[in-house]
Design a protein around this ligand. Structure first.
Ligand code: ADP
Ligand code: MG
Length: 695
């Protein structure tokens, strides 16, 4: 039997493959491009393309595709064959450097937020050589960026790559003060992915799940997660088989799936990979989600990636573990000597400044109709951004602000900036699970992203905001060296931490007091997507993106349009589905049951003089519920039509958030209550109990 590790990356045109297959010179040039971001010329691309094609064909591939991430966030692909017929009736295979580097998909049907006139339907895809090509279902997939004919970004990847360049440039400026001159500073991401698995049979019976990804009706299950028996519990055999196949496929694709376990909610699970550079990590996360969806069907299961498929049951998130590093140096790792500590404090301070300054943008980056059911909706984490540092690091920051000596847990006083900071272990930093942005020893964990989101936006914002803080620092330290720099840096750190300390919160993020306290501190609390999106087009945001060449003003505006539109469109589908289902499934089902009850009462009375008060009471309750349901559907329809009629996209989104959603909730509550008093056999869909506790 071959070792399963041998299979790892077998379907990836990775460094190992390149080294083996490419001529030495070509390999050197290509690695320079990959590691240092140097441009790639066409001759080199031709050689690489030929080698890539031969390799792909040897692995069974017949087609190639430029694999990209339009503004919808999901991945897109169009397959082109390697085959090229020649005049004598036979065929050869062909794949040129130009085809590798650039593609021209007809892009007219991708969201563009008004960036591209319809008469100019062409878009360009351009290879991102820093994310390895791979073979998926006999297709060579080339990770690419996607832009319009006029060069504006139409995808999620381009601004992410630009933000990585921005942070690289500014971090290098900062590092020169520490005598460090790395070729490339990178940001890293480890995306922990939560998901639900339910049986295909139940899924097929739920139109709401099929059409919207979540249950629009359904009373919460009799048993929830209160027994805490699912978290890390033994994994069901069917689920285990699914996870095994998923691991095998992901490993072959070079996705370092590392940890798998059951999550807190029944039928909920998690997969965590080993972190990678942000762009690769995000590509890998998208692949992971795709494979989860596809492979579940091999096991009679359906994978739900929606942030809140079941109301009243824990939702699914995607924790974005994030750090900055070069070679093997993690810049968010406290060091072993005073200068490394100072460097750590500089980067830590920059994170605190970045997150405080651009808290609204960060919150915006994870706003979606689905995630609104998690953030700020009595679930973790709240919609308010704050940073958790833990006791030790919190105490370090306090002493820096107050100018006092820091007393470590070992009760030894230390003079900050001269002594060695303690290593902040996971154990004493990771206890707070309620924080949206937590320091976890040598990285930060952003816990707000929802399970379904493409993490590019969040990381693009994080990186750009961080580039801005690093730039502020580098500008202030210009020309300062040695002790002069040391002293100035500590003064700068103290001032910046003092200015931004409001963002630090080590307490319980779920407590009722926190939103009040946060309001006193002036922290933003955008409760839903409609409220969260406008900050994207604030002059402050446009200036930030412009300053670092991450997004032009028209690119920012187009993204805002696309996000608004997506939000309203999703809610439109949800409202329509609810109306349809209430009228055509739930109300008739309840009616049928009432019909049976009524004839039972008559039948019983015809035989004996029985007391049928109980049945009659039930009938009355059902009947009153039904009347309320009829009314609630009408109300929802009225509100929905009114929202639909609004021209302005922001106003329309506001209407959905403030009037349509409450009407949807009202209808749902009525039907869910009726579910509890209707005969199970009459209920037209599988209930939460059925769906969440399968074998
Ligand atoms: P947890 O207790 O949350 O499981 P882990 O340390 O196991 O903590 O890591 C969680 C995730 O963080 C993993 O995906 C891991 O690869 C990732 N991670 C670890 N170090 C870094 C880093 N320097 N940058 C980005 N992600 C990281
Ligand atoms: Mg985590």
């Amino acid at each position: 039997m071959t070792n399963f590790a041998d299979n790892y990356g077998s379907m990836v045109y990775n460094d190992h493959t390149m080294k083996e297959l490419l001529p030495k010179d070509t390999y050197k040039t290509l690695t320079k491009t990959i590691k240092d971001g140097a441009p790639l010329d066409i001759e080199v691309a031709n050689v690489v393309a030929h080698s890539m094609k031969e390799w792909a064909i040897s692995k069974g591939a017949t087609h190639y595709t430029h694999w990209f991430q339009p503004l919808s966030g999901i991945t897109s692909e169009k397959h082109d064959g390697f085959l090229e017929p020649v005049s004598d009736g036979t065929a050869i295979t062909k794949f040129s450097g130009k085809e590798l580097i650039q593609g021209e998909p007809d892009a007219s049907s991708f969201p563009n937020g008004g960036l591209r006139a319809t008469f100019e339907a062409r878009g360009y895809t351009a290879w991102d050589p820093t994310s390895y090509p791979f073979i998926k279902d006999e297709v060579l997939c080339i990770p690419t960026a996607f832009c319009s004919y006029t060069g504006e970004a139409l995808d999620k990847k381009t601004p992410l790559l630009r933000s990585m360049n921005a942070i690289d440039e500014q971090a290098k400026r900062v590092l020169t003060h520490f005598g460090e001159t790395p070729k490339r500073v990178n940001t890293t991401v480890g995306a922990e992915q939560e998901y639900f698995l339910i049986s295909e049979k139940d899924y097929a019976a739920r139109q709401d799940l099929i059409l919207t990804g979540r249950t629009l009706f359904g009373h919460k299950p009799v048993k929830g997660q209160e027994l805490e028996e699912h978290y890390f519990g033994a994994i069901r055999p069917t689920v285990n088989n699914f996870m095994k196949e998923l691991d095998d496929e992901l490993w072959a694709l070079g996705v370092s799936a590392k940890t798998k376990h059951n999550e807190v909610a029944p039928a909920q699970h998690e997969l965590a990979p080993i972190f990678a550079n942000s762009n690769s990590a995000i590509d890998q996360n998208l692949l992971t989600m795709e494979k989860m969806r596809l492979l579940a069907s091999h096991h009679g299961l359906v994978c739900l990636l929606h942030e809140k498929p079941f109301e009243g049951v824990n939702g699914s998130g995607k924790h974005n573990n994030w750090s900055i590093s070069y070679d093997s140096t993690n810049l968010l790792d406290p060091g072993d000597n005073p200068m490394e500590n100072l460097r750590f404090l500089v980067f830590l301070t920059a994170v605190i400044e970045a997150v405080d300054e651009y808290q609204e943008l960060l919150r915006m980056s994870v706003a979606s109709a689905g995630n609104d059911h998690r953030l700020g909706a009595n679930e973790a984490p709240p919609a308010i951004i704050s940073i958790f540092l833990g006791d030790e690091l919190g105490a370090v920051v306090d002493s820096l602000i107050n100018g006092t000596d820091y007393v470590a847990s070992a009760k030894q006083a230390m003079d900050l900036g001269v002594a060695v900071l303690p290593k902040f272990t996971m154990d004493n930093t990771d206890r707070n699970r309620t924080s949206p942005f937590a320091f976890t020893g040598n990285k930060f964990e952003f816990r707000m992203p929802g399970s379904e989101v493409n993490l590019s936006d969040a990381n693009m914002i994080l990186n750009t905001a961080m580039a801005k803080s690093l730039k502020n620092f580098a500008d202030a330290m210009e020309g300062k060296e040695g002790d002069d720099f040391h002293t100035a840096a500590l003064v700068y750190i103290k001032k910046t931490l003092t200015d931004h300390q409001r963002i630090i919160f080590n307490g319980d993020g779920y407590s009722d007091e926190w939103p009040e306290e946060a309001a006193r501190r002036g922290l933003a609390n955008h409760k839903n997507t409609a409220e969260a999106l406008p900050c994207l087009v604030d002059p402050k945001s446009i200036e930030l993106f412009g300053e670092f060449g991450v997004l032009s003003e028209s690119e920012v505006r187009s993204r805002y349009e696309v996000k608004l539109e997506k939000y309203s469109k999703l809610l439109n589908i949800e409202a329509n589905t609810m109306i349809r289902q209430a009228r055509r499934m739930y109300i008739p089902a309840i009616n049928n049951y009432m019909g049976e009850l009524a004839s039972d009462v008559t039948a019983v009375k015809a035989v004996i003089d029985a007391d049928t008060t109980a049945q009659e009471t039930l009938l009355k309750r059902l009947s009153a519920g039904l009347a309320a349901a009829y009314d609630a559907v009408d109300q929802l329809e009225i509100k929905h039509n009114a929202a639909q009629a609004v021209e302005d996209a922001q106003q329309r989104a506001n209407m959905y958030a403030n009037t349509v959603i409450p009407a949807m909730d009202a209808l749902r509550n009525i039907i869910d209550d009726l579910e509890c008093i209707t005969d199970h056999d009459y209920w037209p869909v599988p209930t939460y109990n059925d769906m969440l506790f399968y074998c």
